[in-house]
Design a protein around this ligand. Sequence first.
Ligand code: PHE
Length: 338
Amino acid sequence: MREKIDTILQESKSFEIKSTTDLENFRLKFLVKKGLVNQLFQEFKSLDSEEKKKWGKELNIFKNSIESFFNEAQNELNKNTTDSEGRSENSFLPGYYNELGSRHPISFVMEEMSQIFERLGFSVATGPEVEDDWHNFSALNFPSNHPARDMQDTFFVDEDIALRTHTSSVQVRLMEKGELPIRSIMPGRVYRNEAISARSNCFFHQVEGLYIDKGVSFADLKQTLYNFVQEFFGANTKVRFRASYFPFTEPSAEMDIYLGTETESDYKLTKGTGWLEILGCGMVDPNVLENCKIDTKEYSGFAFGLGVDRIAMLKYGVKDLRTFFNNDKRFLDQFAGL
Ligand code: PHE
């Protein structure tokens, strides 16, 4: 008996318990009904009463010793698996789930557009969303008290400061820096005091572009925009230019892409015409260049401004613009993995 007790004790002490699997193996070997400890208790039953007296106490000490070894090992393991807040991890529970966010569809579309222009050699410029009158209006050839300012219903902070109504303000900041040539795009959020509906909001997003160099012509503008449309909407996309007016460009145009009227959503989006307006553009008005101290005898340029939100609606078949900004996780989860 002595020998057996000692061997098993020895064996249990040298059993390495480093994981919950080890712990379980230990239990199976020593502590279950058919385990080594119980085997000795079975043998004990067949001893005569004299012997029983002798070994009963010893056996109990032996059993306790193995059990406490097991308990200690178990505690030690639990200690190692507590997190920084002291919660112990039960290996039979599922792990903590760290939810990954996803990119917002509007940011994604803005980035996608930016990348196309970056491949054409445009770099990205940014500027403040709270702007002064000069950068948002005056430098861009909006005379004070001119009705053109009403085209863009403005949120004023005070008399001279407003939320920018377009990212053209960043164009002014770039031109003022005077580092020519300029070939940049300005993605960003802009604000207009418009009635909120399924198709318009009091803020939206633009990717504007500016190219100023010697001898830039309207043909360059068209080629740049054609290239963008083919990359973004597909090689066979039909486009058209319509003459338009912006104070800061002359001549000015708006560009439409052809969606057709076959599906109900295309019909609605194009108000039955088949054409969707996606951007405004034109040759930078010499007044603007002069406001920014650029020599108009040497330099000319073009500018354009794409509306991001409506294009994102088109791309993802979103019927109500507002759903982009409600922060409803069920809506946003659909874009996981973008
Ligand atoms: N800034 C104009 C707008 O917000 C768009 C535009 C940019 C038009 C550049 C022409 C040239 O409506």
